[in-house]
Design a protein around this ligand. Structure first.
Ligand code: NAP
Ligand code: F7E
Length: 340
């Protein structure tokens, strides 16, 4: 049987790396777009990438989703069966500092790919996956599902709402197999260092080993529905194997505060943190030392307070369910932290 070809935008990110690994095990030929950078940005693909002088099913190409000519050229040359658009300036806090750039990548990036599929008349050939986000729900009350109205609370989330709707519009207007995965937060050892779970696990491990003194955080009371990236990329692929394109929420259905995540991490490390003070004076104490403090620079101008997904549709139609829970995910993140 002819091998399927996938093209991944955002291949160097957390999800890109897990999806690449997953698709290679499914016997795909995988192409990924990387950005030119003055320092290496492909470390997550270490151990997966093979020099194309040898036998490999993974190929990397330079490009940028803000650059239409490269989008058109790469899609025309590769003519993949499936495109996964995972490219994003994905840091919500940073999107308040660089809103225009964030919108260009996140909102218009999706449009550039979709319009290329349409213009090149590849709508019968290419299936398109758009990385939607629970951030689009913003202030909407949990549990959030496919029918919940969006109320985005950051430039990042507003841009994701555009990419969500432009995907639906191109699906309806041009008969493209295009679907949105509305994924809740998902984490892993490959998570970017500035996201709260990775920042917490990494810091608490270092504090225990006396390699770091203190961890500074923002809002400890935001609630998130945290799953594992490995489970979530499998869901992306499952959506693309359907006969009809449809949008799906992917979530665990369980919710924890940032503070609970800290306590769970500490418990796995056999550390007991006690908490003192309130608001910006709240502190976490371990071994009589103040190891956690609040820094207001990590607060957002508008916060998303409470996310908990209802993924019953995906569980029913895709037969998807997560294999990790928060405890096993934290354990894996801790184990990998000690290996690095
Ligand atoms: P990530 O680790 O931040 O990776 C983002 C990827 O996008 C990187 O490969 C990055 O390349 C690439 N990228 C950024 N700007 C680009 C541009 N102008 N042109 C081409 N590529 C560009 O994000 P992730 O956690 O893997 O998430 C994957 C996608 O899912 C993102 O769209 C994110 O917004 C969305 N999402 C994530 C979560 C989550 O909890 N992780 C939940 C819902 C939705 P460099 O390596 O060169 O920077
Ligand atoms: O923040 C709070 C912060 O940056 C989670 C992205 O992948 O998931 C991610 O967005 C919560 C927020 O993720 C710190 O205020 C407290 O309430 O890990 P995060 P996020 O903003 O939920 C969604 C689904 C995406 O789509 C995004 O691309 O934790 N928080 N103190 C902190 N957050 C950070 N980053 N750093 C802190 O010091």
């Amino acid at each position: 049987m002819k091998k399927k070809t996938a093209l991944i935008y955002g291949i160097t990110g957390q999800d890109g790396a897990y999806l690449t690994k997953f698709l290679l095990t499914k016997n795909y030929i995988v192409h990924g777009i990387i950005r030119r950078s003055s320092s290496f940005n492909t470390h997550r693909l270490d151990g997966i990438y093979i020099d194309p002088h040898y036998k490999t099913n993974l190929y990397l190409h330079y490009g940028d989703i803000t650059d239409s000519t490269s989008v058109t050229k790469n899609i025309l040359q590769i003519k993949p069966d499936e495109i996964y658009n995972l490219a994003a300036q994905s840091q919500v806090r940073v999107s308040f500092d660089i809103p225009e750039y964030t919108s260009n990548v996140v909102a218009l990036g999706a449009l550039r790919i979709l319009d290329t599929i349409k213009t090149l008349k590849l709508n019968k050939k290419i299936k398109f996956y758009q990385a939607g986000s629970s951030e689009m729900f913003g202030s909407a009350k949990p549990p959030q599902n496919e029918k919940t109205l969006f109320y985005p609370r950051s430039p990042y989330a507003v841009a994701k709402v555009f990419s969500n709707w432009i995907t639906i519009n191109y699906r309806e207007a041009y008969n493209i197999f295009a679907c949105n995965g509305i994924l809740f937060n998902h984490e892993s050892p490959l998570r970017g260092e500035t996201f709260v779970t990775k920042k917490i696990v990494s810091a608490i491990c270092k504090i225990k080993e006396n390699k770091q003194k203190k961890l500074y955080l923002g809002n400890l009371y935001a609630k998130r529905d945290w799953g594992h990236a490995k489970d979530y990329v499998r869901a992306m692929w499952m959506m693309m194997q359907q006969t009809k394109p449809r949008d799906f929420v992917i979530s665990t259905g369980k919710q924890h505060t940032v503070k609970e995540f800290i306590n769970l991490t500490a418990r796995e490390l056999k550390m007991k943190i006690t908490w003192k003070g309130k608001g910006q004076r709240e502190k976490g104490i371990w071994n009589k030392k103040e190891i956690i403090a609040i820094d207001k620079k990590y607060f957002r101008p508008t916060e998303v307070e409470s996310l908990r997904g209802d993924s019953r549709l995906a569980r029913k139609v895709l037969k998807w369910k997560p294999s990790y829970n928060i405890k096993s995910m934290i354990q894996e993140m801790i184990n990998e932290e000690y290996k690095s």
